[in-house]
Design a binder for this molecule. Structure first.
Ligand code: FES
Ligand code: FES
Length: 156
């Protein structure tokens, strides 16, 4: 069944089977490997994308259900100047180790900050609790989100 998915502002026409998840279509059909596959059952957050600005676990969403709706992956954050300021903050704070959780963390954090521009550490930690990280112990990730929210990265 040919369907249209809109990924990072670009419409893609592709064959989608009824049982395929958004994660499968993004990675296996479109080759968008920055969307990571972890648990495959909605627990780890590695596969997070933004669906019309809201974080969703793409392993739990059927691709047919999101046809025509705006999907953002971490690559869609990068501007002409390179990394998004939140990505810069992650790098500066040492919040990226193996990097497996990072795309999902970034997208979840940005969606949260959209509605909570001056968050506390506790609120950031709570917002990210659905995104698991095996490497960092979370402190540096929270540091990075806080630095970005405070404008230390020059975004506002
Ligand atoms: S791979 Fe989707 S939540 Fe873990
Ligand atoms: S940096 Fe390795 S899982 Fe988070």
């Amino acid at each position: 069944m040919i369907r249209r998915l809109v990924v990072n502002g670009r419409a893609r026409e592709l064959d989608v089977l009824p049982h395929q998840t958004l994660l499968e279509v993004l990675r296996d059909t479109l080759g968008i490997f920055e969307v990571k596959e972890g648990c495959g059952e909605g627990v780890c957050g590695a596969c997070t994308v933004l669906l019309e600005g809201r974080p969703v676990s793409s392993c739990l969403v059927l691709a047919l259900a999101v046809r025509g709706r705006a999907i953002l992956t971490v690559r869609g954050l990068e501007g002409e100047g390179g990394l998004h300021p939140l990505q810069e903050a992650f790098v500066k704070s040492g919040a990226v180790q193996c990097g497996f959780c990072t795309p999902g963390m970034l997208l979840t954090a940005l969606a949260f900050l959209e509605h909570h521009p001056r968050p506390t550490r506790e609120a950031i930690r709570a917002a990210l609790e659905g995104n698991l990280c095996r490497c960092t112990g979370y402190t540096k990730i929270v540091d990075a989100v806080l630095a970005y929210a405070r404008g230390d990265e020059g975004h506002g």
